[in-house]
Design a protein around this ligand. Structure first.
Ligand SMILES: O=C(O)CCC(=O)C(=O)O
Ligand SMILES: [Fe+2]
Length: 365
């Protein structure tokens, strides 16, 4: 895993498309599948979706209020006490424990699923009056993920008899029971090297990792960059918050990435790309971001998706000796015989990263 500072590969990145899913363009499903198979990342233009500038600004304002609240109030909702939910302190979460000595230089707050507009965990005092706003925002995020999952299913041309465009979305239907879906507010403070032993060149904001669910939505603020993705050439490439073509939008496009399960379901055709967050040279300024991790219902069995597109697009790679795809394919067959559930998968990934529980990580990373 390269650890050096940014080694940009801008030619690769400049092709990550911005897709407007509100347009009636019949090629959108294929474009999404292409972006997901090549980069694992795609920008979704938010104009025309239900997200408004007001809603997004409001949730970012709540996030700022939360992270500025007294440490004692945040500590009352610490993750250690509430599973994966609640407050994450600076340096307390290490997303890359194998390579990173110190935990990430960030604070975070994880909200598990809201039920009937109510959080299923203690609300931090600073947000006690805003439970309904956060719940509504999480619902908007989930609805966008459902739309995207339908478009992916269309792009993969899943037979109607096998579930067609609902193959993925039906597995993420909240009426099917609880899931690991999480709304996460993130705050990466600017590093004041002169007043502490923290160092922007050493202390990573979020260590290299892939996400554990199906899809992740990321909301970012103009002027607060930091996200980088690992390119096929093993270099780190920074992702623009507002890429060319989106500079004049009311707010930056929503960055969507394929996470481990969508990759697993498609035998690796769709890429769950490793990414990290770094500080700008010299410590830069604070960065706030909001992530929504979309997961299927806990008892969903992780079986390969019945898609001819997956089979035919992976085949040439296998024939030409594309080892990675071929290995994914083999793993996929093994997985089919011993399907685990989404809940088992999530518990194994959390155990491997944070040392929780006793199970080992199936991928061994
Ligand atoms: O804040 C970001 O830009 C990304 C955060 C992230 O990758 C994560 O929490 O999984
Ligand atoms: Fe991530």
């Amino acid at each position: 895993m390269p650890t050096a500072r940014t080694n940009g590969n801008n030619a690769f990145l400049s092709h990550i498309p911005i897709i407007d899913i509100s347009e009636s363009d019949k090629d959108i499903p294929a474009k999404l599948v292409d972006a997901a198979a090549t980069y694992g990342f795609v920008y979704i233009r938010s104009v025309g979706l239900d997200f408004t500038r007001e809603i997004i600004d409001h949730i970012f304002a709540l996030s700022r209020k939360l992270f500025q609240s007294p440490p004692g109030e945040k500590a009352a909702c610490a993750v250690a006490e509430y599973g994966n939910n609640g407050w994450v302190r600076v340096h307390s979460e290490n997303l890359d424990p194998k390579h990173q000595k110190r935990g990430d230089f960030k604070e975070a707050f994880n909200f598990g699923e809201f039920i009937d507009g109510r959080a299923q965990q203690p609300m931090p005092k600073a947000l006690a009056l805003n439970e309904a706003d956060l719940s509504r925002f999480a619902d908007l995020c989930h609805a966008l993920c459902i739309k995207l999952l339908k478009l992916f299913a269309l792009g993969l041309d899943i037979d109607a008899d096998d579930g067609g465009e609902d193959w993925f979305s039906s597995r993420h239907d909240t009426s099917k029971g609880p899931s690991g879906s999480t709304l996460r507010l993130l705050f990466y403070p600017a590093i004041q090297a002169s007043t502490s032993d923290d160092d922007a060149a050493v202390d990573i904001r979020a260590g290299p990792h892939s996400d554990y669910g199906s899809l992740t939505l990321l909301f970012q603020r103009s002027g607060q960059p930091g996200l980088e993705i690992l390119t096929p050439q093993s270099t780190w490439a920074p992702l623009a918050v507002s890429p060319p073509g989106a500079e004049d939008d009311a707010f930056p496009p929503i960055l969507v990435n394929v996470a481990d399960l969508l990759s697993h379901w498609t035998n690796g055709l769709l890429k769950s790309t490793v990414h990290r967050v770094v500080s700008p040279e010299g410590g830069g300024e604070d960065r706030y971001s909001i992530a929504y991790f979309c997961h299927p219902a806990n008892d969903t069995e992780l079986v390969p998706v019945p898609s001819e597109v997956v089979r035919t697009r992976l085949l040439p790679a296998k024939e030409m000796g594309g080892r990675e795809a071929a290995e994914e394919g083999r793993e996929g067959l093994e997985r089919e015989q011993t399907a685990i559930t989404a809940e088992e998968h999530l518990n194994r990934r959390l155990a491997a990263t944070f040392g929780w529980g006793k199970q080992s990580d199936p991928k061994g990373d």
